[in-house]
Design a protein around this ligand. Structure first.
Ligand code: CA
Length: 170
């Protein structure tokens, strides 16, 4: 019996890791929003590489964001969405905090076949609130990452990560 329970737990863990969660917004013009630290600090809905400071602020989406000061290495922050295989997705990101100065933040939308679509946003010039990033060339996007190519002439600030939203359409 114990062995059976262990195997059952292993299998449920496997499905969770594969993002098999229900996705309420998966329909024409439906949307799904994933925040930074979506279900709590360092929850499994997000992942990051490099130093990303957790900060709170009244203008941030749901009162918080992550901030990565300029670093001499590759950094990234990822939002995991559930699966929505039959639709294309357009990405919007929430940018408001004045410390977000990356003029060339790279956003990569990835589907479960690891096909990527990449777009750049000037976080410094983005209007406060939601900015449209781009539409994936592939259906079934289930993760979005922001990465940090950072021009060497920029010496202050860094890259921000706050809310990310996918809107689905055919
Ligand atoms: Ca937030």
């Amino acid at each position: 019996m114990k062995k059976f329970i262990v195997i059952t737990l292993l299998f449920s863990g496997f499905f969770l890791l594969n993002g098999e969660k229900a996705l309420a917004g998966c329909y024409e013009r439906g949307e799904t929003v994933i925040d930074n630290d979506h279900n709590g600090i360092d929850s499994s809905d997000n992942r990051y590489i490099g130093t990303w400071q957790y900060q709170t602020g009244g203008r941030s989406f749901r009162g918080d964001h992550r901030f990565a000061p300029i670093q001499d290495k590759n950094i990234s922050y990822t939002w995991y969405f559930g699966r929505c295989d039959q639709y294309n997705a357009t990405l919007y990101v929430y940018l408001w905090d004045s410390s977000f100065t990356n003029p060339k933040a790279e956003y990569v939308m990835t589907n479960d076949q690891f096909k990527n679509s990449s777009f750049f946003i000037n976080q410094q010039n983005a209007p406060g609130g939601w900015s449209k990033v781009g539409t994936s060339a592939y259906k079934g996007v289930n993760s979005v990452s922001v990465q940090q190519p950072f021009p060497s002439e920029i010496r202050t600030g860094g890259t921000g990560a706050d809310g990310a939203k996918l809107i689905y359409h055919k």
